[in-house]
Design a protein around this ligand. Structure first.
Ligand SMILES: [Zn+2]
Length: 168
């Protein structure tokens, strides 16, 4: 848009989340700031992003149980639609801790959301394929799952009897 900008709007827009989190290198940050001076469109995006950040107040760190993601994926593949009570021992371990119930609830919610997402992606990639984007989603899912599987294996090294089992 602006002839003087040394970088393009799409570059700036790609950097916005990192820039707002103040995680870009100082030289990059300076370049982005100079672009924002000249470019109202990108400036608006940055302001919007900053406004959105204010909704997310950093809370205390949550200990995710070991193998949580793999556990969720396994249950989703086993046909769990996320309505059964959450029974992972770690979730029940802290009901008396303040916020423990909220924590358990949000973990259940995350599990439900992740399960639903996996299910939707499976439906999209397994059914008739209306768009190229859906094919990509299926491919990414498979990559993510094999990563999960690898991570899970490294966590379960104590059980050497279990080798890689094909998922289908
Ligand atoms: Zn711009």
């Amino acid at each position: 848009m602006s002839p003087r900008s040394s970088i393009e709007c799409d570059v700036v827009l790609a950097l916005v989340p990192t820039f707002v989190d103040d995680e870009v290198a100082e030289s990059v940050g300076g370049t982005v700031r100079r672009h924002l001076m000249d470019c109202p469109a990108c400036r608006a995006v940055v302001q919007e992003e900053q406004t959105m950040r204010q909704w997310f107040v950093p809370g205390p760190e949550v200990d995710v149980p070991a193998g949580f993601a793999a556990h969720v994926a396994r249950r989703a593949f086993a046909g769990d639609v996320g309505q059964a009570p959450v029974s992972a021992p770690q979730l029940e371990a802290a009901p008396d801790r303040p916020g423990g119930r909220v924590l358990a609830f949000s973990r259940a919610l995350v599990a439900v959301a992740a399960g639903g997402l996996v299910a939707v992606t499976l439906i999209l990639s397994g059914g008739d394929r209306p768009a190229v984007g859906d094919l990509d989603a299926g491919k990414n899912l498979e990559e993510a799952l094999s990563e999960l599987e690898a991570e899970n294996l490294s966590l379960e090294l104590k059980a050497p009897a279990r080798r890689v089992e094909g998922s289908r």
